[in-house]
Design a protein around this ligand. Structure first.
Ligand code: F6R
Length: 359
């Protein structure tokens, strides 16, 4: 039931702090250590490379988690579009492990790869919101997102749940492997900080609606830019805006602008910059100057530690490694309000279905 919310999407955005707290409760013990099936951890520990396969928003959740696995668990990661991977399979490592991300557990593009993985005899894990779904039944292992039903076609809480659960898994694997960065990463505290930070953003939703009206009300196109973790989330931010508000939106790596994209910037073109990581903040600020000089209408979303007083939205400080968990929330709300203000059916964008069961 939607309760007081006009659309499921807004309800599901609102549920995200609770979803993260539930994941921490379900998958961490009292001391904050991940509780993960020992067989699964052993199989992952033996792997020399993790292949994350998915489609759409779930693929973007894999992109956001690549650095998390590499940093915390010291395992090389390749993230692939399931629809490409099955037919254009790269050379596999000697001991691959396959992770399928799927909210519905029914995405045909992903299943097609899992069928091959099973023929090849490699171990696999499905992270899904749907217990008993096809991808869950056919994979060696399953981890449930426990995010509650996601009804809106545009995925929101499944994205953040997938990143959070992958973070817990990476922490568990890293600890098993004795990786120092995993030992130092307090996942329970971090997820708590994220949940609180999400709530702050959600409480600012009327202000975000104003930003949507100021920047995105009538535009036909828009750009998200960022570097590193902020680039990964830019791709999801752009997808959200595209699918429900029909604005042609693209996410770009900040530095790539000067390699061609900047020619698209015109007077008034909305450019939304995401800045969460001190290592690249000044470079992204440089890219903002470049687009501003060409007339872009720039909106900035920055984490407190790297924020300027001119930034439009400030995010609470969390470990930048998992910043997409937090930085995605204002972009979900920007997409939501842009769609709403244009009078669209936010929950049921044209031409789209919730689960895509054809290849
Ligand atoms: C975007 C969206 C889709 C799905 C994609 C994969 O908001 O919902 O891009 O993410 O179809 O679906 P699942 O995760 O069910 O495999």
């Amino acid at each position: 039931e939607k309760g007081p919310f006009p659309f499921y999407m807004l309800k599901e955005i609102n549920e995200q702090p609770a979803v993260l707290r539930r994941l921490a409760q379900d998958y961490l013990d009292e001391s904050g250590k991940p509780v993960i099936e020992p067989d699964l951890l052993a199989a992952l520990d033996q792997a020399d490379r993790l292949y994350i396969l998915a489609a759409g928003t779930s693929y973007n959740a894999g992109l956001a988690a690549k650095s998390v696995f590499e940093t915390l668990a010291n395992i090389p990661v390749e993230v692939g579009l399931a629809s490409e991977f099955g037919y254009n399979t790269p050379l596999l490592s000697k001991k691959p492990f396959f992770l399928f991300l799927s909210q519905s557990g029914e995405t045909a593009d992903s299943r097609q790869v899992l069928v091959k993985v099973n023929e090849w005899g490699y171990p696999s894990l499905t992270m899904t919101n749907a217990q008993g779904s096809t991808l869950s039944r056919e994979a060696t292992y399953t981890m449930l997102l426990n995010a509650g039903p996601e009804i809106a076609v545009a995925s929101t809480k499944a994205y953040t749940a997938q990143i959070a659960l992958q973070t817990i898994l990476a922490k568990g694997l890293g600890e098993k492997r004795g990786v120092k960065s995993a030992q130092d990463f307090n996942v329970r505290e971090q997820l708590g900080l994220v949940a609180n930070g999400m709530q702050t953003i959600i409480d600012e939703k009327d202000f975000i609606n104003q930003l949507a009206q100021n920047y995105l009300a009538t535009t036909r196109n828009a750009f998200y830019i960022g570097r590193g973790y902020d680039y990964a989330v830019s791709l999801e931010a752009a997808l959200k805006l595209k699918e429900i508000s029909y604005v042609q939106a693209e996410g770009f790596a900040g530095a790539e602008l000067k390699h061609g994209t900047i020619s698209l910037i015109e007077d008034g073109t909305p450019v939304i910059a995401i800045i969460t990581d001190a290592r690249v903040a000044s470079h992204t600020r440089g890219n903002i100057q470049e687009v501003r000089a060409r007339g872009a209408h720039v909106l900035t979303i920055a984490m407190e530690a790297v924020a300027d007083k001119e930034d439009n939205l400030i995010l609470a400080d969390i470990d930048p490694l998992i910043s997409p968990l937090l930085s995605v929330v204002p972009t979900q709300l920007l997409a939501y309000y842009t769609s709403l203000n244009r009078g669209y059916d936010v929950d049921k964008p044209r031409n789209l279905a919730k689960a895509v069961t054809v290849e």
